[in-house]
Design a protein around this ligand. Structure first.
Ligand code: NDP
Ligand code: MG
Ligand code: MG
Length: 341
């Protein structure tokens, strides 16, 4: 069973006695910086020259510096730039400027676990990984609540690395909800598996196949979109609230019976064999290598796959249908190719 910690287990004064550099001011970065600041922690945000994020951080009254300058004055450095950029930022601006006893924090284990970042032996290496988007981390904190988070230690140079990480987690509000102890390996491998096999990869492919099946059978694309995509959120909300049991309780008996008899016909037992292959590629590092090699080459495969995904007919149908829900969607005209949070 997982060990779970709460506010009463954390000593907030540990992080309050440190200066924390937050590198990056995107989804997670803005939430960590603001929550720490509001918890009485001294924060400096490290950003590259010309960054669009500088104005946003300054508007919130935060101190902003170059990555090098922020790192040089920090006792704790939280790396919240995109995973594929972290190795270069580490080598160029973080490692050369790091105080000898500074602690290095991450919100995802990718770069440390796969060896792209190797902090020297004098540094604590910790993770505080909220299990939710940064904007939720900030919103719930402001409401007096928090997003459950994972905490772990890869390297304990100070002898107090876990206590420090727990203190950080409390300062961003996570310990109000609960903090689960894990390892860099477990967090990284389960996170990648979940998003690839189920949450992102699995769900996207399932939706696309469902849409294709109905459209190829002559049904209107708009109907197909409603039935295999739009309603997904309603179902997932029920699962989130009360598990598969609540979802099945809330749906009609017809839907529930169809779930039992047809679900296993579509997602056949050999799907699990393929999931195990995906997991093996995550465990042996070949997924990480493929991703980073492609990113280093300017991301040709990634960009080609993204373009292919955006060209799928369901995206066009969805765009039209979602206009009917304009009152419910403030992001309608957003350009999703810019990668910004
Ligand atoms: P974002 O993509 O939102 O981060 C963008 C920020 O990083 C921007 O401020 C951007 O500034 C800055 N940045 C990008 N490149 C550089 C660079 N070379 N030097 C300095 N700053 C740079 O990241 P996320 O918040 O999504 O992810 C951060 C970390 O948190 C990752 O490790 C991720 O796995 C983890 N995580 C993310 C979650 C999420 O909900 N998004 C959930 C849990 C963990 P600029 O204007 O210069 O581009
Ligand atoms: Mg992930
Ligand atoms: Mg239906």
């Amino acid at each position: 069973m997982a060990e779970i910690f709460h506010d009463a287990d954390a000593d907030l004064s540990l992080i309050q006695s440190k200066k924390v550099a937050i590198i990056g001011y995107g989804s997670q970065g803005h939430a960590h910086a603001l929550n720490l600041r509001d918890s009485g922690v001294e924060v400096v945000v490290g950003l590259r020259e010309g960054s669009k994020s500088i104005a946003k951080a300054e508007e919130q009254g935060l101190e902003v510096a170059s990555v090098a300058d922020a790192v040089a004055q920090a006792d704790v450095v939280m790396v919240l730039a995109p995973d594929q950029s972290q190795r270069a930022i580490w080598a160029n601006d973080i490692e050369p400027n790091l105080k000898e006893d500074a602690a290095v924090f991450f919100a995802h284990g990718f770069n440390v676990h796969y060896g792209y970042i190797k902090p020297g032996p004098t540094h604590d290496v910790c993770m505080v990984a909220p299990k939710g988007p940064g904007h939720t981390v900030r919103r719930l904190f402001e409401e007096g609540r928090g997003v459950p988070s994972l905490v772990c230690v890869e390297q304990d140079a100070s002898g107090q690395a876990f206590e420090l990480a727990l203190s950080y987690a409390a300062a961003i509000g996570a310990a109000r909800a609960g903090v689960i102890k894990t390892t860099f390996r477990e967090e990284t491998e389960t996170d990648l598996f979940g998003e690839q096999a189920v949450l992102c990869g699995g769900v996207s492919q399932l939706i696309q196949y469902g849409f294709e099946t109905l459209v190829e059978a002559g049904y209107q694309p708009e109907m197909a979109y409603f039935e295999v995509c739009h309603e997904m959120k309603l179902i997932v909300d029920l699962i989130n609230e009360g598990g598969l049991t609540k979802q099945r309780w809330s749906c009609s008996d017809t839907a529930e019976y169809g779930d039992y008899v047809s679900g296993p016909r579509v997602i056949r037992p050999d799907v699990k064999d393929h999931m195990k292959e995906v997991l093996a590629d995550i465990q042996n590092g070949s997924f990480a290598k493929r991703f980073i090699d492609d990113q280093d080459a300017g991301a040709p495969e990634f960009l080609e796959l993204r373009a292919k995904g955006m060209a799928h007919p369901i995206e066009k149908t969805g765009q039209e249908i979602r206009k009917l829900f304009a009152w419910n969607n403030s992001n309608l005209d957003k350009d999703y190719t810019d990668g910004e949070a």
